[in-house]
Write a protein that binds this ligand. Structure first.
Ligand code: TYD
Length: 138
């Protein structure tokens, strides 16, 4: 899926079950996300203010959530670039395949939760930006 653009990225409002004792947000496969969830991973202990995660995926669908704290998700489709700040655990970004993404400006102690449509597969990655541009324009 290489013909995706930044306009295909969606900010998703996730349900919040509110209680004085603490809130709950649940994300079900093929329900709050439009793909089958095969993997969950999370980034933590990221030093405040730093950036990481410059890469693209050829087939992977992802939902990115700031489970704690905040960070910027920078998305690039080779022609346009868009930055969305995540700072609420009941807000997510649906990221379709074929887009370059970077994670910037982590607040100290933040947790970046990612739900993904496939298990880890290094072959699905494009880690080099010029190669990403070539992939999009091929
Ligand atoms: P990576 O996705 O490359 O993160 P970033 O682009 O932010 O540096 O992952 C970093 C390393 O972690 C990489 O060597 C592969 C490994 N990894 C797994 O083994 N399984 C996973 O599900 C993920 C996301 C990464």
């Amino acid at each position: 899926m290489k013909n995706t653009s930044v306009t295909d990225v969606q900010v998703v409002s996730l349900p919040k079950i509110h209680a004085e004792s603490g809130n709950i947000t649940a994300i079900n496969s093929s329900c709050e996300v439009n793909f089958i969830i095969k993997r969950c991973y999370y980034l933590y202990d990221v030093p405040g203010g730093t950036a990481r995660g410059g890469h693209a995926h050829k087939e992977l669908h992802q939902l990115i959530v700031a489970a704690s704290g905040s960070f910027d998700v920078v998305i690039d489709d080779s022609e346009n670039r868009k930055t969305i700040r995540l700072n609420q655990p009941h807000k997510g970004i649906y990221l379709p395949p074929g887009l370059w993404r970077e994670l910037d400006n982590f607040s100290a102690g933040s947790i970046c939760l990612v739900l993904a449509s496939a298990k880890y597969d290094e072959k699905d990655y494009i880690r080099d930006y010029p190669k990403f541009i070539a992939y999009k324009q091929a």
